[in-house]
Each structure stands twice: as structure tokens, then as C-alpha cells.
Ligand binder design. Structure first.
Ligand code: HPA
Length: 260
């Protein structure tokens, strides 16, 4: 079972048949919205808009634990996370699609673990935050669909909801960050704690603050995201067919040897 977490309006991909809407309450509260259960190319796919279907939940208010818990409860084993990002590296031009490979977590005050102590102390390995096997499926999907992908990218995650200052972006560029966003963490590490495979697909919607000297606008982010949706859907359509039936990566046993 494959899960997709991202913007709303992605499930009207041609050929996707919506079967059910599932509202779930988790021990951590409510996920952002109902899960959309669908079928595509003989596979079950579940969608969730992380900001809610009306986009009314800001990044710092997202219930990351509930969102991931819900996917797990519905039987999802692999989760594809789609997100808008600002390009820090000059080759991360607006419109680029990036198969992310690293994360720098600068968030604060977010509930970031399922293991708060009651259930033991757990330290998961997070050396490679994204599933290699899922990333490989995306590379293959890029090749077969002819959609150009950036094959690596370090995502620096900020609390937001404001955009960054020019000095912050200059600083982050020196840390090796390629793109900046507000939602990858703790989503990625919770997915690992839940032993899900997790891929992060970043859409570069703008150059980050201070890079071009232009003011940043949410309008621009939304417009570029909309313009890229067609390509994203094509990519997803292709990747659904290519993801192997069995998981052969280490994600499924992330909790092994992680407990104190
Ligand atoms: N900064 C942070 N998050 C973002 C940006 C940005 O420039 N663009 C899209 N999401």
C-alpha cells in the first residue's frame, strides 16, 4: 500500500479510482483531513492533504504524528511526501523537481516522536532519512517518463510560517542546504519510527530569500506548484507501476536495535 502526503487536488490523476474517504482519530489527535482511499494500476493508494483540504493548517500546526499514525493504521508501507520548497542552490530553479536525499532539521516546538518515554526510549538511525529503494523507483520513473529530476538535494526545514531572511539563506547555503521548506520534519523521522519507507519529492517554487533580490510571495509559490502539478502527476503515475511489490530496504525494521 502506497501513501501520498502533499497538497490537495492530487488524486484527480487520470486512472485513479476513489473508493472511500476515511476519517481517523489517532492517540495523537486528528490528522489534517480524511484519507482518500483509491486504486490505481491495480494498487491501493491513499492520499492525505497535510494542510487540510482547504489549506487551513499552517506548517507549525500540522499534527505530524496523527498524519503518520493514520497512514500506518490504514496499512501504508510506503509514503511519498510532496512539498513546495525554495531553491537555495542556484541549480535549484523554480519548477525543478528534486528527489531529496538529506535533511537538516531546524524546527522547534513540534511533537517529533512517537516514543516520549512511556513506551521506552528509542533512537532510530536517521543517517539516510529517505528510503533508497523508493528513491530508485523515482529515478526509474523519471527515466521512463522523460521527466527531468534532480537526483540529490539537502532540505533544510524551518518552522515558518514566515519566509526566511536574506542572511538566514546565506547562512543555510554554507551549511550545504540546497532547498528550504517548512514541512519535512518531523514528518520524515516519524515515518522512520513507524517503519515506513519515505521519499521526499520537493518542488522548487521560488528562489529562496535574497537570491534574486525579489520579494517572496505566497502567490508565486502556489502558482509554480500548480504549474508543476501536471508533471508531478505523470511522475506519480509512472512510479506507482515501478515500486517493487516487496520491500527490500531496512526501513521496515527501523526499530530493531533502536530501543534502550
Ligand atoms: N522558504 C520556506 N518554505 C518554502 C519556500 C521558501 O522560500 N518556498 C516554498 N516553501
Amino acid at each position: 500500500m502506497i501513501g501520498i502526503i502533499g497538497g490537495s487536488g492530487l488524486y484527480d490523476i487520470e486512472g485513479v479510482v476513489i473508493k472511500d474517504l476515511r476519517k481517523i482519530v489517532t492517540p495523537y489527535g486528528h490528522p489534517g483531513d480524511s484519507y482518500v482511499i483509491a486504486e490505481f494500476a491495480g494498487r491501493d493508494v491513499i492520499f492525505l492533504p497535510r494542510h487540510g483540504s482547504q489549506h487551513n493548517i499552517p506548517p507549525h500546526r500540522i499534527n505530524y504524528r496523527a498524519n503518520i499514525w493514520g497512514f500506518k493504521e490504514l496499512g501504508v508501507e510506503r509514503l511519498v511526501s510532496l512539498s513546495a520548497t525554495g531553491g537555495i542552490s542556484t541549480h535549484m530553479m523554480p519548477g525543478s523537481i528534486v528527489v531529496l536525499d538529506q535533511i537538516i532539521d531546524m524546527t522547534k516546538g513540534r511533537d517529533s516522536t512517537f516514543f516520549d518515554g512511556e513506551d521506552g526510549v528509542v533512537h532510530i538511525d536517521f543517517t539516510e532519512p529517505y528510503c533508497r529503494e523508493l528513491r530508485d523507483s523515482f529515478f526509474e520513473a523519471g527515466r521512463t517518463s522523460g521527466i527531468e529530476l534532480k537526483k540529490t538535494g539537502t532540505y533544510i526545514c524551518l518552522n515558518g510560517p514566515r519566509f526566511e531572511t536574506k542572511a538566514e539563506i546565506k547562512f543555510f547555503s554554507r551549511t550545504g542546504a540546497d532547498v528550504v521548506g517548512m514541512t519535512a520534519m518531523p514528518e520524515a523521522s516519524l515515518a522512520r519510527e513507524a517503519e515506513l519507507c519515505y521519499a521526499g519529492i520537493g518542488v522548487v517554487t521560488n528562489y529562496a530569500a535574497g537570491i534574486t533580490g525579489k520579494k517572496l510571495t505566497t502567490k508565486e509559490v502556489v502558482e509554480v506548484m500548480k504549474m508543476t502539478t501536471g508533471k508531478l502527476k505523470e511522475l506519480l503515475k509512472e512510479v506507482f507501476k515501478l515500486i517493487p511489490a516487496e520491500r527490500r530496504c531496512a526501513c521496515k525494521e527501523a526499530l530493531k536495535e533502536a530501543r534502550m
